[in-house]
Write a protein that binds this ligand. Structure first.
Ligand SMILES: CC(C)(COP(=O)(O)OP(=O)(O)OC[C@H]1O[C@@H](n2cnc3c(N)ncnc32)[C@H](O)[C@@H]1OP(=O)(O)O)[C@@H](O)C(=O)NCCC(=O)NCCS
Length: 161
């Protein structure tokens, strides 16, 4: 399978939202105190991505399998300067997810290469992403694509009263 990576269309949104729901649950499973979980998150994602399809600062890509089914997606957008993070304008890679049956075939690599290229084409002078500490596979993927580690996030949970 050589997946077709292309701009997402409105008809793709139910399938992309299902994958986004999996991404949310994966992270909640890594650390439920840090990564929130929302009921029926798929509906929220479908609404949000429908808006982002009309946003020229955003990029939503779909990977299509041989039968036309959506096997993965990637989402990012241009983000403004953030003084608190000492972070100037940049492209943010926010989501990448490949369906389990389509993994280890280069789908994420193709999605991310296309997403980064699109963000750079839109003017991003740098591209950043955040990845869960526990997510070693994703870190390996991002390193293989030239991303380097630049920040460590730490979370404190107060004792329950
Ligand atoms: C991480 C994920 C996106 C990788 O998708 P994929 O299509 O299987 O990745 P690719 O086949 O394009 O792999 C590209 C590179 O990533 C790394 N990689 C991918 N999966 C890996 C795994 N399970 N273990 C270790 N490294 C892995 C490898 O460096 C690989 O290159 P190689 O095959 O030359 O060794 C996929 O496993 C996934 O959707 N996981 C759940 C969601 C997720 O973690 N998203 C990232 C959130 S920050």
């Amino acid at each position: 399978m050589v997946p077709l990576v292309r701009a997402a269309q409105p008809a793709d949104l139910p399938a992309i939202a299902r994958l986004a729901g999996e991404l949310v649950r994966l992270h909640h499973g890594f650390d439920a105190d840090r990564f929130m979980s929302v009921r029926n998150v798929e509906a929220g994602y479908a609404r949000w991505f429908a808006k982002e399809l009309d946003n020229d600062q955003a990029v939503l890509l779909a990977a299509e399998g041989d039968g036309g089914e959506i096997v993965g997606y990637a989402y990012g957008r241009l983000e403004p300067r953030d003084w608190n993070a000492l972070l100037d304008a940049h492209g943010g890679v926010h989501d990448v997810f490949v369906a389990p049956e389509a993994r280890q075939k280069g789908v994420a690599r193709r999605l991310l290469e296309a997403l980064v290229a699109a963000l750079v084409e839109k003017g991003a002078p740098r591209v950043l992403l955040h990845t869960a500490t526990a997510n070693r596979a994703a870190q390996r993927l991002f390193r293989a694509l030239g991303f380097r580690e630049t920040m460590i996030e730490m979370t404190y949970t107060p004792p329950r009263r």
